[in-house]
Design a protein around this ligand. Structure first.
Ligand SMILES: NC(=O)c1ccc[n+]([C@@H]2O[C@H](COP(=O)([O-])OP(=O)(O)OC[C@H]3O[C@@H](n4cnc5c(N)ncnc54)[C@H](OP(=O)(O)O)[C@@H]3O)[C@@H](O)[C@H]2O)c1
Length: 213
């Protein structure tokens, strides 16, 4: 049984938790205010889910999902995530996160920033370009005509392979963008961002992306 440790219990964190428990994962989920504020969500998720602090969720998870606003990235615990696959849902909204010069200039990516914060973890981009509600409603069995595709990106084949397998379980095809340095292709305001697309359309949209929007 794989345990998913989820750091962030908002729109995306709660939806990834719902999808994960529905597919047989154990979930340990956390937010910024403490596990006592997650009672309703954990009750809804059922016996395979529990609430914890971010440190505890990081320690409990075999695989971790980091799904907090980018401005909170520096608060993500480092040591409990060491050596683990970390799924990164984050996007950059300067209106929310403040301006980050290296992102504004196209010199890094949001996922490279998380990888730098977690130097011994294996970061993979996941779920960053799908509206949260669609995670539990838009999946379809493998082989379905026009199945929706989602992108991943990682510097570690093992992490990209996990995301590919997890997407497939949840009902999505995968397009691998390549290393994290290429993950800007699926960041905000690019053609692949938060639109429904199959694998061929996603691949096409990735090639159309411009580094600076
Ligand atoms: N919304 C979408 O459809 C969507 C789609 C794709 C990607 N994304 C991206 O995914 C990320 C999360 O988005 P969201 O919409 O889920 O955000 P959200 O609804 O605002 O939820 C953010 C969650 O992060 C928690 N958090 C904040 N700081 C934390 C910390 N230091 N430690 C632990 N937890 C912390 C918050 O806890 P509290 O509730 O206690 O404050 C909250 O549970 C963002 O980067 C967003 O841009 C969003």
């Amino acid at each position: 049984m794989t345990t998913l440790g989820i750091i962030g219990a908002g729109h995306i964190g709660s939806q990834v938790a719902r999808a994960a428990v529905a597919h047989g994962y154990d979930v340990v989920i956390s937010n910024s205010r403490g596990p006592e504020t997650l009672g309703d969500l954990v009750a809804e998720l059922g016996p395979n889910a529990s609430a914890a602090t971010a440190e505890e969720a990081g320690a409990a998870g075999d695989v971790i999902v980091v799904t907090v606003p980018l401005k909170a990235l520096s608060q993500v615990p480092v040591e409990p995530l060491a050596g683990k696959i970390v799924l990164d849902t984050n996007n950059y909204y300067f209106e929310r996160d403040g301006h980050i010069d290296a992102l504004d200039k196209g010199e890094t990516t949001t996922s490279q920033m998380l990888q730098e914060h977690l130097p011994t973890s294996k970061v993979a981009k996941a779920f960053n370009h799908i509206a949260f509600g669609d995670i539990t409603t838009d999946g379809a069995p493998a082989g379905t005509d026009n199945r929706r595709a989602l992108a991943t990106s990682s510097d570690f084949d093992e992490a990209a392979a996990f995301v590919t397998s997890f997407y497939d379980e949840l009902g999505f095809d995968t397009v691998n963008v390549g290393p994290l340095s290429e993950s800007w292709r699926v960041e905000r305001d690019r053609p692949a961002y938060v639109v429904r697309q199959n694998a061929a359309e996603l691949t096409d949209n990735l090639t159309k992306a411009n580094r600076l929007p």
